[in-house]
Design a protein. Structure first.
Lengths: 468, 352
């Protein structure tokens, strides 16, 4: 929330406004081009009509070109009432017959005076003349008289005021509705977004009115677009509730599990204090030391269990090499083993996977620890070895930890994964180790199984997914 | 700047006969220069009243004929000498050509917008009078004869009694009088009977003059019986006009000329020029013009069309104002003029 995000409304309406603006600019350019073309087309017809009506009157009087400009020729151009009119009749060659002698010439490709082979179509062009932009038309008539042949040209021009005005009207006519529509759309968007966001307000009202411990799912009716968010929130609350239940259970368990050994310890200390015989006192103290160690282990396991529980929920997954994790876990677990030999066999050099390295490390440590602890101390030797083995299996891995202990009876195997349950071994432990392993395996989408080992002992088989 | 003053000084020193100075009587704002086809005496009341409103503005009024005025102005402009602020002319076509050729400045004002559309072009040329072209008869000479009320009736009378009319009808010499040319060209455009009329004129030794005043004098003297296509305002302005003249507005159609004013694009005093134009087109200016200059005003607010002309509606046919616009350029075309003149000379039987 540290980053300020503009309101949805402003963002939506702003984006729309930009889009519309760009659209309007494009529309304007297109409409203007079209408008000018349309205006030119209609007024060019008049201009050509004027030039034609002048050309109609061309005649030869001996060697002289005669022209009798009809009144209508220039008067019809006053359809554009404010526009100036210029004309010129010239030819053959550049000789002016009548009109404005200094009118701009037809631009290339046909220079004045060149004789085309057939009757040319009227040519239109724009040129500046006496400070105005003028639209000109030029058309030619062939004359043939004894001793005189050639082309006579009629050029009529008109300033562009009316054309620009018509083009402007066309553009306005096209753009005005669009502009109005744009404004209307923006206004609708502004109010529409407000309406659309109303369900969010009801959600926040629901949340704000709740008791702190009320984690029931939201029951507000929401539109389809907001439903995923509500789903996510409900899911989040469900996890939160699960977490809190776990925490409550843990605290309850911890209180129960720690209170009894602590009371025992205290009674033993009392006994030791009341003893006068130093040898007896020493015996009591040894007992106290053993019980304190057990309690320490219990507390450690409980904390480990809590940590596993937390991390399994949090799912901080990343890529790591399982071989490294196994080796590190063994280094941490093995020094406590005393004389029990622990071996590690791996059929792969590296075992890349995704998951929580800390959790897996904890699980493996627990397995190795269990194996060392439960492997009977009086059957030392090659048969008593604890073996950790890693193999690739399918797209994942199979990790086995084997010991030479008494094993677990088939009927009891399901029970050892429950918390505070121990195998009937009498060995020190809180009964959390296998529960932790099971939880870690589950959180990684794997599984754990117990089997008998050939030649006696237990095999714990942990199946894990690979990189995929 | 220096050069302009030098010119002004020179012009003042050699004040031509047609120019009249109306000096300033208050703090000097500047001196306007007007080129005008209107007689100085006719226009004077307007200048006097204008100076009453704007005492700081001097006016230099130069009276010229239409074509020389046009030629002089264009010559000066081409030489880079900007003397005239405003140009007033009866020759609507020449004024339109000034606008078309880019010599005129834009003028926008409420008064200008009040003008009829035909009396405005591009907000640059403005007609400020409303002057029908009429047939003027000598009242005495027509006694006992039916007075022709249309072109057709005039033709008819000439055909019936050519002896009576011979040498006794006058009109403008279109090769010299530009308003005469303008009117003739509009007749060609509008009237199917004009050809027959000109033919009839040719048979009876048509008299032509350059100026309206000469024609009116000759009619007054009884030397002429009728004048064709004369500006009625001139006739009515003459003393004893009621007694001497019979004015007929041809029923088939009566052309209406409007004296046209243009502000020069390079006016030395553009601000004063626009003020004068605004005054000329204002209700006050139009009232003064109607009352003291004898020129019929164009502003509709003043009076009905017919009251302005001092006649009954029943006496008048279709009024056909000549509208300012590029159509007028046609008759200024060199070829067109040459052909008109050729026809004109042929009719006059090689007289001119």
């Amino acid at each position: 929330m540290s980053e300020r995000v503009r309101s949805l409304k402003a963002r939506l309406v702003g984006t729309m406004a930009l889009l519309f603006l760009a659209g309007t600019v494009v529309m304007y350019l297109a409409a203007r081009a079209y408008g000018l073309r349309a205006a030119d087309l209609s007024y060019d017809r008049l201009l050509a009509g004027s030039a034609l009506s002048i050309a109609e009157t061309l005649s030869m009087d001996g060697a002289r070109v005669r022209v009798d400009i009809p009144y209508a020729a220039l008067d019809m151009l006053s359809a554009a009432p404010e526009d100036k009119v210029f004309y010129r009749v010239y030819g053959p060659g550049a000789k002016t017959v009548t009109g404005y002698e200094d009118l701009p010439l037809v631009p290339a490709p046909r220079p004045r005076g060149e004789e085309p082979s057939e009757v040319p179509a009227p040519r239109f062009f724009d040129a500046a003349y006496r400070g105005d932009m003028v639209r000109f038309v030029v058309l030619g008539r062939q004359i043939a008289q004894p001793g005189m042949r050639g082309w006579v040209w009629v050029q009529v021009g008109q300033t562009r005021l009316a054309r620009e005005e018509l083009a402007g009207e066309l553009v306005l006519g096209a753009l005005l509705p669009i502009a109005l529509l744009t404004l209307l759309s923006l206004a609708l968007a502004w109010f529409g977004v407000g309406r659309a966001l109303r369900p969010l307000e009801s959600i926040s009202a629901d949340l704000a009115g709740r008791e702190p411990a009320d984690l029931h799912p939201l029951r507000v009716p929401v539109p389809a677009e907001v439903r995923p968010m509500v789903h996510a929130m409900n899911g989040f609350m469900r996890r939160l509730e699960g977490n809190m239940a776990g925490l409550r259970a843990f605290i309850g368990d911890a209180a129960h599990q720690i209170r009894t050994p602590l009371a025992g310890l205290r009674a033993q200390v009392q006994l030791a204090l009341d003893e006068d015989d130093p040898r007896e006192t020493r015996r009591e103290l040894l007992k106290i030391e053993r019980n304190a160690a057990r309690l320490t282990r219990l507390v450690n396991q409980m904390l480990s269990d809590a940590m596993v529980m937390h991390r399994a929920e949090a799912r901080h997954f990343e890529a790591f090499d399982l071989v490294d994790v196994i080796k590190r876990a063994m280094r941490e677990a093995v020094p406590m083993s005393g004389d029990v030999p622990v071996g590690f066999i791996s059929s792969v050099m590296r075992a890349p996977m995704r998951g929580d390295a800390v959790l897996l490390g904890e699980a493996i440590k627990n397995l190795v620890d269990n194996a060392i602890r439960h492997g009977s101390p009086d059957s030392l030797g090659p048969e008593a070895e604890v073996e950790v083995a890693l193999h690739a299996a399918g797209d994942g891995y199979e990790l086995t930890v084997s010991d030479r202990g008494p094993g677990i009876a088939r009927g009891d195997r399901a029970r050892v994964f429950e918390r505070f349950e121990r195998g009937d071994t009498g060995a020190p432990g809180a009964g959390l180790g296998m529960a932790i392993v099971a939880r870690v395996a589950a959180s990684h989408g794997g599984s754990v199984a117990l089997e008998d080992r050939d030649g006696g002992g237990l095999v714990v088989r942990l199946t894990l997914k690979g990189m995929q | 700047m220096k050069r302009r003053w030098w010119w002004l000084a020179l012009c003042l020193a050699a004040l031509p006969a047609w120019a009249k100075e109306y000096p300033v009587r208050a703090q000097v704002e500047g001196t306007l220069t007007l080129y005008s086809t209107l007689d100085t005496a006719v226009f004077e009341p307007l200048v006097v009243d204008f100076q009453r409103v704007h005492p700081g503005i001097g006016v230099r009024y130069e009276n010229l004929d239409a074509t020389p005025q046009y030629e002089r102005f264009v010559r000066e402009e081409k030489a880079g000498i900007h003397r005239a602020d405003l140009l007033i002319s009866t020759s609507m076509d020449l004024q339109v050509k000034l606008v078309n050729d880019g010599y005129a400045a834009r003028h926008v004002s409420q008064s200008a917008n009040a003008l009829p559309a035909w009396a405005r072009w591009r907000d640059e040329a403005f007609g400020f009078t409303f002057e029908p072209a009429v047939m003027v008869f000598n009242r005495e000479a027509m006694k006992g004869r039916p007075v022709p009320q249309s072109r057709a009736e005039l033709i008819d009378q000439i055909r019936r009694d050519p002896a009576f009319w011979r040498g006794r009808i006058g009109t403008y010499d279109i090769s010299k009088s530009s308003v005469g040319y303008l009117l003739a060209s509009q007749d060609v455009r509008h009237s199917s009977e004009f050809g027959a009329l000109v033919e009839a004129f040719g048979d009876i030794d048509l008299q032509v003059e350059e100026h309206t005043a000469t024609l009116l004098e000759r009619i007054e003297a009884g030397e002429l019986v009728a004048g064709y296509n004369l500006l009625g305002s001139y006739a009515r302005a003459r003393p004893g006009s009621e007694r001497n003249f019979l004015l007929v507005y041809p029923r088939d159609h009566t052309l209406v000329v409007s004296r046209t004013v243009v502000v020069s694009k390079h006016a030395p005093n553009p601000e004063l020029a626009h003020r004068f134009l605004d005054y000329l087109l204002s209700v006050r200016g139009q009232q003064v013009m109607a009352a003291r200059c004898g020129l019929p005003p164009i502003r509709k607010e003043l009076d009905g069309v017919y009251e302005r002309l001092g006649v009954n509606e029943s006496q008048i046919g279709v009024l056909r104002p000549i509208s300012l616009g590029p159509g007028l350029l046609v008759y200024l075309d060199q070829e067109k003029r040459r052909q008109m003149f050729e026809v004109w000379r042929a009719i006059l039987g090689g007289k001119r």
